[in-house]
Ligand binder design. Structure first.
Ligand SMILES: Cc1cc2nc3c(=O)[nH]c(=O)nc-3n(C[C@H](O)[C@H](O)[C@H](O)COP(=O)(O)O)c2cc1C
Length: 191
């Protein structure tokens, strides 16, 4: 049984967060947990015309972003099960806060815990172009053990729709978390 904590921060890319939570819901051996930041609520409204329930209703368990007393704020909660964390999409503000180590919400605190416990933390960043500050924050977090995974859709699967692109990238993220998926993989050029 895997436990995946999905932190949704206020960057562009809410359809990807929805795709991930939908994918996790379909996996019988995964318990999904979700935190939607206040910034993410604004972006959800702009990109999906919906409130946080559009995401939290897909998870087995959801927490308020200001709830520092929630389970994911403690290393002992993480250690009780095979737990990993994903921040999707990851804003530059959340990235910077994680790199600085001073938690202002539950996503930051849980990310801090993942790093201190040496447990998987995948950050699906969304910004372009990247400033030197963003790049340095990424280096800090990579050195601390996080996987930095900018949303970079693949074209080699010949996607026909946005849904195809999201599903494929969702598979790439699941690979990082050690989760099974049926998304297409590159199998080499056929001669
Ligand atoms: C529609 C919209 C799109 C945004 N897209 C991005 C983005 O792609 N990347 C980013 O770093 N910030 C983006 N922002 C700004 C963040 O939402 C803002 O920095 C916020 O404070 C992030 O807070 P959080 O990281 O706690 O969720 C966007 C804001 C809005 C309203």
């Amino acid at each position: 049984m895997f436990r995946i904590l999905v932190g949704v921060s206020g960057a562009s890319g809410m359809p990807l967060a929805r795709q991930i939570l939908t994918g996790l819901k379909a996996l019988p051996d995964v318990e999904s947990h979700c935190v939607v930041s206040d910034g993410a609520k604004k972006v959800l409204e702009a990109e999906c015309s919906s409130g946080p329930e559009a995401l939290t209703d897909l998870a087995d368990c959801a927490y308020a972003p200001e709830d520092f007393a929630a389970g994911p704020a403690s290393g002992s909660w993480w250690r009780a099960r095979n737990t990993a964390m994903l921040v999707v999409p990851c804003s530059m503000s959340t990235l910077g806060t994680l790199a600085g180590g001073c938690a202002r919400n539950l996503i930051h605190r849980a990310g801090d815990v993942a790093l201190k416990e040496g447990l998987p933390l995948v950050l699906v960043t969304r910004e372009t172009p990247l400033s030197l500050v963003h790049l340095r924050n990424m280096v800090v977090l990579r050195e601390a053990g996080a996987v930095i995974m900018p949303f970079s859709p693949g074209f080699y699967t010949l996607p026909q729709t946005l849904e195809d692109m999201l599903r494929h990238f969702c598979g790439r993220i699941f690979d990082q978390l050690g989760l099974q998926h049926a998304c297409p993989r590159w199998a080499g050029v056929k001669k």
